[in-house]
Design a binder for this molecule. Structure first.
Ligand code: AMP
Length: 587
C-alpha cells in the first residue's frame, strides 16, 4: 500500500498569519488594480495565465520548488516535478501544438485522469495561446461527444485507454478534431492518433509564451442548465487575477504551502484551484491519481504534511462515515486550513472537522460561470456553520427578487431571493459559446444572476437555500436533467422521460428518472435494467440515474414541458404549490 516516504518540506514558518487579518479592512482597501499588481503581467499590458502560473517563477528560487508531487495509483514511487520542469514540459507541449500547425485561439480539449502530463498539456495549451477545455474522464461517450460537437476543438488530448473505450467509435464524425494526442503510456497509437510523449521528447523545451490580450479567451468550461445542451462558459486570460487573489484570500495559500485540491481537473474547480491558483501562489500541489479511499486520503494528509486542503462535502461525508477513529490514527498536525466547495456544507461537517481533525472546514461558494470563489469563510473571520461566508473582497453580492422589468435587490436581512453578483470581476465568464441570448439572460442590468437561492443575514453572511432551477448536484457534479432525459429517450421503449435530483445522505443528491413507456411496451425488471444499462453506457456512471421508475405518463405544462418540480414534489411528499411556477429556472 501507499507509503510515500520522504515528507515534503512545508512552510518555513510554523503557522503563517492569514493573508488578511481583518475582513472589513481588506474589503475597504481592495481594488482589482491592486490585485493585478501582485502578478507580473507581460509587456504592453498583455497577459497569459500560464505566464503567471509558471514563467514568472523561473528566475526566482521558486523555480526549484516542487510544483507537483504526483502520487501514482499503484506505485509507492512519488514523482516530484519542479516549477522549472513543469515549465519546460509545458513548453514542449506548446511546441508540439505549434509544430502541428495549431494556431492561437484554437481549442484544445483534455479528457484524462490526473497525471502530470495532463497538467503539462493544460499549461502548454495556455502558453501557446489556445483555449483549454477539460472534460471529466468519468463521462460516458455521449457527454464527451456533445461537448466536442459544441466546442469544435482542433485537438483532443486523451489516453489510449479512454480513446479506445469512449472516443474511437465516433470521432471520425467530428471533423473539427484534427489531432488526437495520447498522453501517458501508449502501447500502440490507434490510427489517427499520435503519442504525445514521443512528440514532446522530440520538441524543444524552450518556448516563448504567447502574450495575449487580457480579454482573449483562455478557458472553456462546460456546465449544465435545466434545458438544452450543455453550456460552454468562456473565460479570459485576465481571470488569473481572480484565481490568484482568491487562492490567497479564500484558501489562504502561502508560497511553500503543501496544498491538496481533491477536485478532478475535469471540472472548473480542478482547473482554477487545482492548477492555476496554486501555481500562481507558488505552492506545491499534491496530485493523487487514485479515486477516493478514506485510508489513503488520511495517509496522504499525514505523509505529505498537507497544510491546505480544499475538498468537497460529499468527500467529507464519506470520511465521516468511516468514523473518527481512522482519522485519529493519523498525524494531521501539519494541516493549517481546510476548505470545502461545490455543495452545501452541513454544520455537522464543520463541527466534525473541528472535533476530529482539530480544524473546521471553511465553506466557500462559486460556480463555473464565476470562474473563481465569490463567497467564502476566511481564516481570520468567525465561521457560522452552515453559512457560505461573506463575499471575497472586490466582490459585491446581494439577494434579489424578480420584478416585471428585471430584479430588485432585497435590502432586509434574512429574506430569501436569488443570489446576484455585481458584474465586472476578472474571472466572470464572457459568454456561452455560440449562445449570446442565453448569456444575456443571465444578467439584469449590472447584476449577474447565479440561479441559486440564498439569504443574507444581518452581519453579511450568505446562506445557501437551493437552486432556482432544476439542475442536479450529485457528488459535487452538476448534472443537466435534459442531457440525461435525451439519452433515456434513445431507448426504443421509452416515450418520455423526466429526471430529478433526490436527496442522498452522502452524495447530496442522486439522479432519479421517471419514464413513460410507448404503447405496447410492458414494465418489467428486465426493461428497467436495460434502460439503466443504456444510460450508464452512454452517460457514464457519474451522470446516469441511480434509479429508474415507470409512470404511465408524466405531468406536463400547457406548453408541453415536463414538470420536473411536480415530479420532485410528489416523490418527496412536498406541497405541490402553484403549478404555474413549476416549470424551472431560466438558465
Ligand atoms: P458548478 O458550476 O458545477 O461549479 O456548480 C455550481 C453550483 O454548485 C452553484 O450554483 C451552487 O448551486 C452549487 N454550490 C457551489 N458551492 C456551493 C456551496 N458552498 N454551498 C452550496 N451550494 C454550492
Amino acid at each position: 500500500m501507499l507509503s510515500h516516504g520522504k515528507r515534503l518540506r512545508g512552510l518555513d514558518m510554523d503557522k503563517p498569519t492569514p493573508n488578511f487579518v481583518d475582513y472589513e479592512t481588506a474589503c475597504t482597501e481592495f481594488t482589482w488594480d491592486r490585485a493585478r499588481q501582485e502578478l507580473s503581467g507581460m509587456a504592453g499590458g498583455r497577459m497569459n495565465i500560464a505566464h503567471e502560473a509558471l514563467d514568472r517563477h523561473i528566475d526566482t528560487p521558486t523555480a526549484e520548488r516542487t510544483a507537483i508531487r504526483f502520487l501514482p495509483r499503484d506505485s509507492e514511487q512519488v514523482v516530484d516535478i519542479s516549477y522549472r520542469e513543469l515549465y519546460e514540459r509545458a513548453g514542449r507541449f506548446a511546441n508540439v501544438l505549434a509544430g502541428l500547425g495549431v494556431g492561437r485561439g484554437e481549442r484544445v480539449y483534455a479528457l484524462a485522469h490526473r497525471t502530470p502530463d495532463l497538467y503539462a498539456a493544460a499549461l502548454g495549451t495556455l502558453r501557446h495561446g489556445c483555449v483549454f477545455t477539460p472534460l471529466f474522464s468519468a463521462f460516458g461517450p455521449e457527454p464527451i461527444r456533445s461537448r466536442i460537437e459544441i466546442g469544435e476543438p482542433s485537438v483532443l488530448v486523451t489516453t489510449e485507454r479512454l480513446y479506445r473505450r469512449k472516443v474511437a467509435d465516433w470521432i471520425a464524425n467530428t471533423p473539427s478534431v484534427r489531432h488526437v494526442l495520447l498522453i501517458g503510456e501508449v502501447d500502440e497509437a490507434p490510427a489517427g492518433t499520435a503519442d504525445a510523449g514521443a512528440l514532446m521528447d522530440q520538441a524543444e523545451a524552450e518556448y516563448a509564451t504567447q502574450a495575449m490580450d487580457p480579454e482573449e479567451p483562455a478557458l472553456l468550461h462546460f456546465t449544465s442548465g435545466t434545458t438544452g445542451r450543455p453550456k460552454g462558459a468562456l473565460h479570459v486570460h485576465e481571470a488569473v487575477v481572480a484565481h490568484h487573489i482568491t487562492g490567497k484570500y479564500a484558501l489562504d495559500l502561502h508560497p511553500g504551502d503543501i496544498y491538496w485540491c481533491t477536485a478532478d481537473p475535469g471540472w472548473v474547480t480542478g482547473t482554477s484551484y487545482g492548477i492555476i491558483a496554486p501555481l500562481t501562489n507558488g505552492v506545491t500541489l499534491i496530485v493523487d491519481e487514485e479515486e477516493f479511499d478514506a485510508e489513503r486520503w488520511y495517509r496522504i494528509l499525514q505523509e505529505q504534511a498537507v497544510t491546505v486542503w480544499y475538498t468537497a462535502p460529499t468527500a467529507i461525508r464519506m470520511l465521516m462515515k468511516y468514523g473518527p477513529e481512522l482519522a485519529r490514527q493519523h498525524d494531521l498536525s501539519a494541516l493549517r486550513f481546510l476548505a470545502s466547495v461545490g455543495e452545501p456544507l452541513n454544520p455537522e461537517a464543520v463541527h466534525w472537522g473541528r472535533e476530529v481533525i482539530g480544524l473546521p472546514f471553511h465553506d466557500n461558494w462559486w460556480q463555473t460561470e464565476t470562474g473563481g470563489i465569490m463567497i467564502a469563510n476566511y481564516p481570520s473571520m468567525p465561521i457560522r456553520p452552515g453559512s457560505m461566508g461573506r463575499p471575497v473582497p472586490g466582490i459585491e453580492a446581494a439577494v434579489a427578487r424578480d420584478t416585471p422589468g428585471g430584479i430588485e435587490l432585497i435590502e432586509a436581512p434574512d429574506e430569501t431571493g436569488e443570489l446576484v453578483l455585481k458584474k465586472g470581476w476578472p474571472s466572470m465568464f464572457r459568454g456561452y459559446l455560440h449562445e449570446e441570448a442565453r448569456y444575456r439572460k443571465c444578467f439584469a442590468g449590472d447584476w449577474y444572476r447565479t440561479g441559486d437561492l440564498a439569504r443574507r443575514d444581518a452581519d453579511g453572511y450568505f446562506w445557501f437555500i437551493g437552486r432556482a432551477d432544476d439542475v442536479i448536484k450529485s457528488s459535487g457534479h452538476l448534472i443537466g436533467p435534459f442531457e440525461v432525459e435525451s439519452v433515456l429517450m434513445e431507448h426504443p421503449a421509452v416515450a418520455e422521460a423526466g429526471v430529478i435530483g433526490v436527496p442522498d445522505e452522502v452524495a447530496g443528491e442522486t439522479v432519479l428518472a421517471f419514464v413513460a413507456l410507448r404503447p405496447g411496451d410492458e414494465e418489467s425488471e428486465t426493461l428497467r435494467k436495460e434502460i439503466m444499462a443504456l444510460a450508464r453506457k452512454r452517460l457514464g456512471a457519474a451522470v446516469a440515474p441511480r434509479r429508474v421508475e415507470f409512470r404511465s405518463d408524466l405531468p406536463r405544462t400547457r406548453s408541453g414541458k415536463i414538470m420536473r418540480r411536480l415530479l420532485r414534489a410528489r416523490e418527496l411528499g412536498l406541497p405541490e404549490g402553484d403549478l404555474s411556477t413549476l416549470e424551472g429556472g431560466t438558465q
